[in-house]
Structure formats: structure tokens, C-alpha cells
Ligand binder design. Sequence first.
Ligand SMILES: *Cc1c(COP(=O)(O)O)cnc(C)c1O
Length: 381
Amino acid sequence: MHRATVAEVHVSNLRHNVQALRSLLQPGVRLMAVVKADAYGHGAGPCTRAVLEAGADTLGVGILTEGIELREQGIKAPIHVLVGIFPDEANELIQHNLTTTLYSRPLAETLSQRAGRLGKDVGVHIKVDTGMGRLGVSPDQLPGLVEYIAGLNNVRIESLFTHLSSADDSDPEFTQNQIAQFQSALEQLQAAKFNIPLAHCANSAALLQFPESQFDLVRPGIALYGALPAPGLGSVADALTTVNKSFPLLPVMQWKTRILTINSLPKGSPVSYGQKFVTSRDSKIATLPVGYADGLERLLTNRMQVLVRGHKVPQVGTICMDMCMVDVTNITGVQEGDEVVLIGQQGNETITADEMAAQADTIPYEILCGVGKRVPRIYLP
Ligand SMILES: *Cc1c(COP(=O)(O)O)cnc(C)c1O
């Protein structure tokens, strides 16, 4: 028995999206499926198994504990810790056969020592900063760092990579510049005869918009889950439409609940905390057992819609911790227990994570990652 409020995870859509993204790749390019943050809220274990079955070559996680959890679930594929680690986490990384992002000498040295002591090798992905200003060595420091790492025992350089800050922007210039800087950093290392097995920079937006960003491997996250990298960006939407014609990306999560109770409230009745909504007519107001403790952001109060009996209806009154209300006055035949869709499809209507994100002034990443741990994930084959 589980709650009425659930997040259905349509695993076949996830597999389909992996194949759709693979179909965009030039021959030989590998796919790292990014499954950080519990697979963007969809559940890391089942989603990881699905993306590997569907042809992902490697996995990207955010933090060390996510990688360890996947190993403990028996996942044998290469797993890369994208955020990198602190030196005191080196043993755990090595023991679990994970690779880390690397951009500094102290961590490189610690990794070498610890791996030597454990009698193992550790793989590292060297990160160069080309304009994100977050993680990475600057291009002018890169050759020195690579030379240092190449001289260490028990450390294996697996790749050079960078992260793009603006690939979902309608203006391509900044991204083109980052790619050019990355290309020249790579060429400099190759000219100096360093062995760099792989180069990679593409997130979902780059994969969809910049074919020249593929290099040897791509790292899509959000697109695997069938969402747009950012809401309302025409060029990205166009790119997705282009993909859609031959191989549509399908949303993986559907967030659903059921009507707990329906109140008939006369015109002029306030609804919820602070009377932020007052009925303007005699109304039927349905109460749903989902609130901000489930990840339904309070900021969505009086802004969002849900689907009831195949129609969009407005959410009304302040969203509470465990509940919220919707106006079902116009829905004929509406009953307690009826299915309500927060994200997903019902009849001919759909509400996407992108739409909810736009209403909450955020991006679909935050909506999907934010679906609370109190909401059971139901895996549908
Ligand atoms: C999260 C992340 C990705 C995936 O980004 P999406 O926009 O979800 O495709 C790729 N690379 C790095 C380094 C990341 O942190």
C-alpha cells in the first residue's frame, strides 16, 4: 500500500531517450549518462540499470556517496564523480573503483599515495575551466598540471573535460568560444605528446544545439529524463523538435495524486492560510494530499494548474505543507478519489516539468530534483 501521491517513473521512456540521444552521436562517440541527484529525482538505482541496458557507456554522479551507493547496488560500469572529492575521501573513491574530477596538485598527490598504498590505480578526469568559473584549472596552468599528474604513480589520466555555462542560450557566441578554448587546450596537450584518451564537454543543451561539442563523449542529464534544459528557450525547443521528428524525447516522470475531498464554498469564501484566494462565485474546491513537504513549491501558490478529468484547473490558495487546493467548479462529474496530474498527461492535456518550472520561476532540473522523498517512486516498465 502506498500513498495516493506518487511519482511514476516510465522506465521505457528513459530507455527510449537514451537511444534518441545516441542517434544524434557521430560514430564512436560515447555517452555518459548523468544520474546525479538520485537521477534528477527519478531514483538512481532503477534509472541507472535502465540507461545501461539502453546503451549508456558510463555514468556521471555528483558526489562520492552517490557513486558508492551505485557500487553497493552492484553497478559495475565506470562511474565518474563530477564534483570531485576532498583529499580525505581518496581511499573510499579508490576502494569503490570510482573516478574523480581533478584540477589541483594536492588532490593528485594524495590520490597517488593512497592508490599506491592500496595497490591500485585511480582514474582521473582533468577539468579545465573555459568560462564557467566553478571547477577547473585555467588553460594556462593546464600543461603544468598535466605534466605533474603524468609523473605520478598509480594515477591514470582518463580524460580532459570542461563544462559549458551557456549552451542553452539563444546566442551561441559564448559557447562557441568555450568550445574553441577547450579545443586549443586539448591540442596543446596533444602537441606536447601527453596521452589524453578522451575529451568531452557537452551537456544536454550542447548535445542538442552544438554538434561540434561532441568530441569523444557526451554527458547528457536533463534530456535523458525528457525535459528541456531551460524553459521557454526557442532555439532549444527547436532543437528538440528536430530531434522529435525522427525520435522524440519522452518525459519520464509523471507526478500524480488523488482528490481527498471536495468542498462546496459559496461566493466570497477564503481558501487556505492568509486568505490569498477568495472564491469569486459559488465554487467546488478540491483538496489534494500534496504540499511543499512533497516538493510542491509554495511559490507556485495561485500560479500553477493541475489536470482533473482531462482538463486544466487552477490551484488556489496558499500551498500548505501536506495539502493544496484546486478549483474544480467547472469540471462536471468530479468526485473524491479522482486522479489528479501535477506533471504528466491526462486525456488530451499535458503539463510538463518545463511548464511547472516556468510558473515557479525556475528550471525543470529543480522541479524534478525537488520532488520530495516522501513521494514514492513507482517504476513502470
Ligand atoms: C550536471 C552535469 C551535466 C549534465 O547536465 P544537463 O544540463 O543536465 O545535461 C554534465 N556535466 C557536468 C559536469 C554536470 O555537472
